[in-house]
Design a protein around this ligand. Structure first.
Ligand SMILES: Cc1cc2nc3c(=O)[nH]c(=O)nc-3n(C[C@H](O)[C@H](O)[C@H](O)COP(=O)(O)OP(=O)(O)OC[C@H]3O[C@@H](n4cnc5c(N)ncnc54)[C@H](O)[C@@H]3O)c2cc1C
Length: 325
């Protein structure tokens, strides 16, 4: 049996692995079979991760995090977790290959998924004009004409934020009224750079190596037209990846895993959560990495208490007795 298993290989999982490995916990990282490195593998230039003043490609940053975790003794498995039993003191994990693993503690860092429109050009032009994160990529669109897809609060927030950079921001929405709160709507309506395109869906993203425009289809009469653009921000929602644990761990109303205050402690002793899967708001690589640090330190304290007691820590140890770091 292992002391610690980390599920997920994004900034949260790998940072937790670096800290846990340097604490001699020999963590096993279940990295997934197809998405090793997490969300940053889908992007090109990352300019806001501290320590890289020239910027760094997303996949290269994740490769460096993995190397750093392995250097200190983390073991990486390229497999997917298909089932978890978190109920008892021994946490049981089943993998896609049929292998199973057991551990005293688990860090759950499975991230979240931006909802996609589901059209061909979306994946192909990801990082080449298609983005899901204005905070991450807005800076690349200075004096450009871009569009935001969506009608909720986050779409209005992204559109308003993007007007700091872009010369023109279209908001494309399927209906003729927004879901966003009144205050967010008013802010967007008052912004001279924002123009709304109602009753329209994006049905194709145009461009070979970079976005040059979109095809719009009217949700009223099915007619189509092209809109020239240099960037498209998709803001139609985000789903924390909790399906493996939704009946075992408490969730928040936002759908993220509930954690105790600023810690990573979930509702189940010995189970910790980190990164975008607990974060409805910030969702950045550096905040996920910081959250991975918190989880590794919490797991380390939990395992130390377990060692001292010679038995599984009680719920009280988990919630009250351990220092919050
Ligand atoms: C296109 C794009 C560009 C971005 N650009 C930036 C940027 O420039 N700067 C920035 O700070 N942030 C950026 N972000 C946000 C950033 O990528 C995320 O905030 C960050 O990756 C979250 O880290 P995480 O470790 O919590 O989750 P993720 O990176 O999502 O990693 C989750 C990991 O869990 C694994 N996993 C999930 N389910 C299972 C399972 N069942 N079994 C095994 N493994 C599993 C996944 O495969 C993945 O490895 C961008 C996001 C996107 C989508």
């Amino acid at each position: 049996m292992r002391q610690l298993i980390i599920i997920g290989s994004g900034p949260a999982g790998f940072t937790a692995a670096i800290y846990a490995a340097r604490a001699n916990l020999s963590p096993l990282v279940i990295a997934s079979s197809v998405e090793v490195g997490g969300e940053l593998m889908n992007t090109t230039e990352v300019e806001n991760f501290p320590g890289f003043p020239e910027g760094i490609q997303g996949p290269e940053l994740m490769q460096k995090m993995q190397e750093q975790a392995e250097k200190f003794g983390a073991e990486i498995v390229y497999d997917d977790v298909t089932a978890l039993d978190l109920t008892g003191p021994v946490k049981r994990i089943s993998l896609g290959s049929g292998r199973s693993e057991e551990a005293d503690a688990v860090i759950f860092a499975t991230g979240s998924a931006y909802r996609k429109i589901g059209i061909e050009g979306e994946e192909r032009l990801s990082g080449r004009g298609v983005s899901w994160c204005a905070t991450c990529d807005g800076f690349f669109f200075r004096e450009r004409t871009i569009a935001v897809v969506g009608g909720g609060d986050s779409a209005m927030e992204e559109a308003t934020f993007l007007t700091r950079f872009a010369s023109k921001v279209y908001v494309i929405h399927r209906r003729e009224e927004l879901r966003a709160s009144k205050i967010m709507q008013e802010r967007a309506f008052a912004n001279e750079k924002i123009e709304f395109i109602w009753n329209s869906s994006v049905t194709d993203i145009l461009g070979d190596d970079a976005v040059t425009g979109v095809q719009l289809t009217s949700t009223v009469d099915g007619s189509t037209r092209e809109l020239p653009l240099e960037g498209l921000f998709v803001a139609i929602g985000n789903d924390p990846r909790t399906h493996l644990v939704h009946d075992q761990l408490d969730l928040t109303p936002d759908g993220t895993i509930w954690v105790d205050g600023r810690s990573s402690r979930t509702s189940v002793p010995g189970v910790f959560a980190a990164g975008d899967v607990i974060d409805p708001t910030y969702r950045q690589a550096v905040t996920a990495a910081a959250s991975g640090t918190v989880a590794a330190l919490d797991a380390e304290h939990f395992l130390a208490a377990l060692d001292e007691a010679g038995a599984p820590a009680s719920d009280a140890d988990q919630i009250e007795g351990l220092p919050v770091v």
